[in-house]
Design a protein around this ligand. Structure first.
Ligand SMILES: Cc1ncc(C[n+]2csc(CCOP(=O)(O)OP(=O)(O)O)c2C)c(N)n1
Ligand code: SF4
Length: 246
């Protein structure tokens, strides 16, 4: 286990709320790119949502994309800078709501990028509205009586959709416990190795707490992920064309 701070992490205070998962995902990414020796080659594409508060916290080259367009912008950046490692870092609202067509078409084109999606089951930045991954019965600011699937529609499990596509890697991790965090790191690392080997499109989704908009303490938010979110969004690897485990 590594305790030293990755060189790409600065000492600037982040804007994330206490207990937010965005910081954990950023830390995992920083550790992983350092271990692979690729930190200087990373271009990260951030959404205007809570992921944008990564700005200043890590020293990667970065592009700020319009809401929902991180994956499309990352695909474009990779096409012109093939030697670089390009990572889109949207939230679930960005990747599965306004940006769902960018996600689907980047996957259909098997673009050689990593989409690292932080799934907190709400639109975090704008005040906790219902997103495509809000759980049935989950109360949000736009579903105050709980998500009613007969009225609001069913939730979207991207693993069920993309596992039929010809892509390189598809996995879902979580940050609800130390062991889950280590597994999530393994998924991110594998996806980045695949990009280095030009295998194609990789999507890694991380179940992540948003204590502020869930109205829960940081500790109870982790329980919510384990007991509720994972019931609808099972963890694991769904597509793996890397062959690195053999
Ligand atoms: C074109 C456009 N539509 C809507 C918005 C408002 N907006 C900003 S962030 C956001 C949702 C953020 O949710 P998510 O992508 O899940 O990220 P999170 O903040 O939860 O990490 C919305 C609707 C915007 N900035 N631009
Ligand atoms: S609103 Fe939620 S996602 Fe955004 S920084 Fe706070 S805890 Fe994180």
């Amino acid at each position: 286990m590594k305790y030293s701070i990755p060189k790409t992490i600065t000492n600037i205070e982040s804007g994330w709320c206490p207990g937010c998962g965005h910081g954990i995902v950023t830390r995992l990414l920083a550790e992983t790119t350092e271990e692979l020796g690729i930190s200087d080659k990373v271009i990260i594409v951030r959404d205007v949502a809570c992921g944008s508060m990564q700005s200043g916290v890590v020293t990667y080259n970065n592009i700020g994309a319009a809401h929902g367009r991180t994956i499309a912008v990352a695909a474009g950046a990779k096409r012109i800078r093939k030697e670089d490692i390009v990572i889109a870092n949207p939230g679930d609202g960005s990747a599965y709501s306004i940006g769902i067509e960018s996600t689907m078409h980047a996957a259909l084109r098997n673009e050689n990028i990593l989409a690292l999606v932080v799934n907190n089951s709400v639109f975090g930045m704008t005040g906790g509205q219902m997103s495509p991954t809000t759980l049935p019965g989950q109360k949000t600011t736009s579903s105050p009586y709980g998500r009613d699937t007969s009225y609001n529609g069913n939730l979207l499990d991207i693993m069920k959709v993309l596992n039929t596509f010809d892509i390189a890697y598809l996995a879902r991790g979580s940050v609800d416990s130390p062991s889950a965090v280590m597994k999530a790191k393994k998924y991110i690392k594998k996806a980045l190795m695949m990009q280095q080997d030009n295998k194609g499109f990789c999507l890694v989704e991380i179940l992540s707490p948003c204590p502020t908009n869930w109205g829960l303490s940081p500790e109870d938010s982790l329980k919510f992920i384990k007991e509720k979110q994972q019931e609808y969004f099972p963890l694991g690897e769904y597509v793996d064309k890397g062959g690195y485990d053999k």
